[in-house]
Design a protein around this ligand. Structure first.
Ligand SMILES: C[S@@+](CC[C@H](N)C(=O)[O-])C[C@H]1O[C@@H](n2cnc3c(N)ncnc32)[C@H](O)[C@@H]1O
Length: 257
């Protein structure tokens, strides 16, 4: 299923195991809390929302995502105890309402992280925890080659908003401090993904960064774009089997008093 908003749950889940590791690492940062009220911002198809629910033993769990396709995929397998709704996580704020505000691989899609983190931190109750993970891989050829090709094929190529939105890890540490969090943990981690071949990188980014070109290109041009992209990327990275895709991510956690 491919949605009008460009997200395709099936394509996204092709690398579910690789994408899952940072989620589990992020949950490891959470401190135990009795029956917390939790929100999973940018919950996607809800599969990991259900896992988060199991890990923290929540009293209530809300998953929020702007993609109707993702929310439609979310409702069936997750059961009744977890609620899902369509919403914009960039504007999301519920004053002092949650024990855990969790956002795995979603905040990168929204701008103004100082403003977003301020709204999310105001949504925490006393003692509440913020846990966020964002990719920081925009300098890898998988992203650079896409931008270069789009520049050639499109009059107005859509920008790499993830590259624009994600800040340096030390900036997040400063922001958390400025927001008054007394405890924090911010780190950058390199995930070593062993893919079957270099060409699998194309399949990976088709579910994420390349989705922004789908609309502007149209169906026929999209296929041509993918073929050219594959050719160029393999020329840069080498056509190898297996291929190690190094992927940097920023994990941040903080707890308010
Ligand atoms: C990479 S997926 C991550 C999904 C899930 N958290 C996981 O770890 O598997 C990013 C999700 O963020 C959602 N998203 C992007 N921009 C958003 C926005 N402004 N408001 C809400 N959700 C958004 C997308 O629809 C997508 O489902």
């Amino acid at each position: 299923m491919t949605s009008l908003d460009g997200w395709d749950p099936a394509q996204y889940n092709r690398f579910a195991a690789e994408r899952e590791q940072p989620f589990w690492d992020l949950t490891q940062l959470l401190q135990p809390v009795e029956r917390p009220k939790v929100v999973d911002l940018g919950c996607g198809d809800g599969r990991l929302t259900a896992s988060l629910n199991d890990v923290v033993g929540s009293a209530s769990m809300l998953g929020v995502d702007s993609s109707p396709a993702m929310i439609a995929a979310a409702t069936s397998p997750a059961g009744d105890q977890i609620r899902f709704e369509v919403g914009d996580i960039g504007a999301w704020e519920h004053a002092e309402s949650y024990d855990i505000v969790f956002a795995n691989a979603s905040m990168q899609w929204v701008p103004d992280h100082p403003g977003v983190l301020a709204r999310w931190s105001r949504s925490l109750r006393r003692g509440g925890q913020l846990a966020v993970q964002v990719p920081a891989n925009a300098d890898h050829p998988s992203h650079l080659v896409a931008a270069e090709l789009a520049q050639e094929l499109l009059d107005e190529p859509p920008p790499d908003v993830v590259a624009q939105n994600v800040l340096a890890p030390e900036r997040y540490a400063e922001l958390l401090d400025e927001l008054g969090f007394e405890e924090q943990h911010v780190r950058i981690q390199v995930y070593a993904h062993h893919l079957a071949s270099t060409a699998d990188v194309v399949e990976w980014v088709k579910g994420t960064t390349l989705t922004r070109f789908k609309g502007p290109l149209g169906t026929a041009e999209w296929q041509r774009f993918i073929d050219l992209y594959r050719e160029r990327l393999l020329a840069v990275l080498g056509d190898r089997s297996p291929y190690l895709y190094p992927f940097k991510r920023i994990l941040l956690w903080a707890r308010r008093n």
